[in-house]
Design a protein around this ligand. Sequence first.
Ligand code: SIN
Length: 278
Amino acid sequence: MGYETIEVKPVTATIGAEIFGVDLGKPLGNQQFKEVHDALMAHQVIFFRDQKLSLEQHKAFGRLFGELHIHPNSPGPEGHPEILPIHADANSKRIAGERWHSDVSCDPEPPMGSILNLKVVPPVGGDTIFASMYAAYDALSEPMKKFLSGLTAIHDGSMNYSRTNQLIGVEGPKTFPRAEHPVIRTHPVTGRQAIFVNPVFTHSIKDVPEAESKAILDFLYEHCGRAHWQVRFRWQPDSVAFWDNRCVQHIAMWDYYPEVRSGYRVTVKGDKPFYRAH
Ligand code: SIN
């Protein structure tokens, strides 16, 4: 793919690219926006360095890709409901994203993408690992692809958020989003198939006995978490990672306790997942 206004350097052959030559704090022209979007579609997660974004600039960049999402369990700071603070320090009892997931997949229309800008990073550690659910799907056998394409999964936010709220001692909302999604989803832009279940939000496979549901999900979680389709991002202060939740899962490493790791996430709304046979 030819890029005229940015430089795109893939980090692996499967997933992840570093983007150079763009200041996300300034309005992007049409061509530059298109190229950043193209790079996201091609590489699934894109990385930027040295982006000193204010909350307003961060939100303005996110809005180029769609309406902003408000998190169902963690309201943003005063005046910024669309901002999700990501923060860990010596007093933290947990961190966001410690297990593989696609953000808020329990929403009936889960977010298309998430844009994380870390301001403070630990001297070492605190990486985020991203996995390509396209590649995980492509590696399945044809009979397995066919079998999974007929299944629907139930995603339930209460499994994760109630536990989090209990752990950190906050009351939180009484109810959380719950939704049914195809186990294999077709990406609305690229048309590629991706596995869309994760251990944080997926409750079960619909209309199959519990033991079968558990066996299918256990297999998929092990498969999706394999090293073969991962990229590991090492943060610096002011780095940005922008991932496509429709085809990527991620996990944050909490290997830096008691150091501080802190920043903000803007999340872009998505649409209802669907499966279309090729
Ligand atoms: C998240 O959005 O799940 C957090 C990711 C991170 O902190 O690296």
